[in-house]
Design a protein around this ligand. Structure first.
Ligand code: COI
Length: 342
C-alpha cells in the first residue's frame, strides 16, 4: 500500500511496515484476522485507575491473570471503527470521537476507567501508516478493547484495566460479499432486556447470541433479527447492527427502532439517519411490528462492519450505502464534518 502522508526514507520503520503490507491480497480480503504487526496497549494504574501512557508493541498474546475480571465476570467492552484511504493517499478516520465517547459511556456502566478522548484518538492513529488498504480496496477496521485485567474473586470491579487496540485490514463482512441478506427472526433467544446492558458494547452481549447465529447459519440465513423481549412482536435489531424499513406508499418514510437502552446506538445508524434526512427522506424512530417486514418496500441493516446491507433487493439502501462510503472514502464532500483526515 503506497502512502502520500510524508516522504519517508527507505530505512524508516514506517516504510518497512508499508512494504510488508504490500503483499496483502487486497481483492480477497474478507472480514478475517489478517495478521497485523502491531497493537497499542495501555494499562491504568492500580492506585488511581487513570490511563497515562500507552505503547505500540509487536502484535502478540498478552499475559493475563486467570482470576481477571474479564475472564471470570465478563468485564469488558469493545469498539469498532474504520479508516479508509483516499485517492490522494491520505487517510480518513470515520467519526472516531463518537467511538471514543461511546467507550467512555460504556466504561461507566461496566465500572471501568476509560481512556480520554485524546488517548482513544491517539491509539487509532498509531496504525494509520501500516495496513490501511489502497484506495478503493475496502478499509482498516480498528478494534479498541477495554478489559478488566486485575484479579478478583469477589464480584467487584477489577483493580486494573487494560486498553488494547488492534487494526486488521478488512473487506466485506458477509462471505456472500455484497449479495442481499437473508434474515431469520429469532423468537426464543433474546439479546437484551430493559435495565440490562443491551445499549452498551460490552463483550458480554455477544457470546450469548452465538447460539442463535450458529443455528441460523446452519439453516442458510446470513443474520438474525432479535425481537423485543417484552413485546414479542416488535423488532429490535439484527445481530450485526441496526435494522431499517422503508415505506414509500404515503411519503418517503424510513423507520428504525428507537434505542431505548436495549439497542446499541450505532454510529452507522446515526449517520444513515442524518444522510437519509439530508436526501429528502422522512425518518422515524418508532416501534416496528414484525408484520411490517412483509409490507415494507425495503429492509436493510447497518453497522460498522456490515456498512449498509440490503435484505433482498434494495435501491434505497444501495443509494445510502454509496453516499456513506463516498463520504468515508473522500469521494463525496463531507459537509457533516464526520471524517478526520491524516
Ligand atoms: C461492528 O460492526 O463493528 C461490530 O461490532 C459488529 C461485530 C459483531 C463484528
Amino acid at each position: 500500500a503506497a502512502t502520500s502522508m510524508q516522504p519517508m526514507s527507505e530505512s524508516s520503520s514506517a516504510y518497512r511496515r508499508i512494504r510488508q503490507y504490500a503483499d496483502v491480497k487486497w481483492d480477497e480480503l474478507g472480514f478475517g484476522l489478517v495478521p497485523t504487526d502491531h497493537m497499542y496497549i495501555m494499562k491504568c494504574s492500580k492506585e488511581d485507575r487513570i490511563f497515562t501512557r500507552g505503547e505500540l508493541k509487536p502484535y502478540g498474546n498478552i499475559e493475563i491473570s486467570p482470576c481477571s475480571g474479564v475472564l471470570n465476570y465478563g468485564q469488558g467492552l469493545f469498539e469498532g471503527l474504520k479508516a479508509y484511504r483516499k485517492r490522494d493517499g491520505n487517510i480518513l478516520l470515520f467519526r472516531p470521537e463518537e467511538n471514543a465517547l461511546r467507550l467512555q459511556m460504556g466504561a461507566k456502566r461496566m465500572c471501568m476507567p476509560s481512556p480520554s478522548l485524546d488517548q482513544s484518538m491517539l491509539s487509532s492513529k498509531q496504525f494509520l501508516l501500516t495496513n490501511v488498504p489502497p484506495p478503493g480496496k475496502e478499509s482498516m477496521y480498528i478494534r479498541p478493547l477495554l478489559i478488566g485485567t486485575g484479579p478478583v474473586l469477589r464480584l467487584e470491579p477489577a483493580p486494573e484495566c487494560t486498553f488494547i487496540t488492534c487494526a486488521p485490514p478488512v473487506g466485506n463482512y458477509y462471505k456472500e460479499g455484497s449479495a442481499p441478506l437473508n434474515l431469520v427472526i429469532e423468537e426464543v433467544i433474546h439479546r437484551a432486556t430493559p435495565g440490562g446492558a443491551g445499549g452498551v458494547k460490552t463483550i458480554s452481549n455477544y457470546a450469548p447470541v452465538l447460539k442463535a447465529i450458529t443455528c441460523a447459519k446452519s439453516r442458510g440465513f446470513s443474520d438474525v433479527i432479535y425481537l423485543d423481549s417484552v413485546k414479542r412482536n416488535i423488532l429490535r435489531k439484527s445481530l450485526h447492527g441496526n435494522i431499517f424499513i422503508c415505506n414509500f406508499l404515503r411519503g418517503n418514510w424510513i423507520s428504525t427502532p428507537p434505542t431505548q437502552g436495549t439497542i446499541l446506538s450505532g454510529i452507522t445508524r446515526k449517520s444513515i439517519i442524518d444522510i437519509a434526512i439530508d436526501h429528502g427522506y422522512q425518518v422515524q424512530e418508532r416501534a416496528i411490528e414484525v408484520e411490517e417486514l412483509i409490507h415494507a418496500d425495503e429492509v436493510f441493516c447497518t453497522g460498522t462492519a456490515v456498512v449498509v446491507a440490503p435484505v433482498g433487493t434494495g435501491t434505497i439502501s444501495m443509494k445510502l450505502h454509496s453516499i456513506l462510503t463516498g463520504i468515508q472514502t473522500g469521494l463525496i464532500a463531507d459537509k457533516m464534518g464526520w471524517t478526520v483526515e491524516l
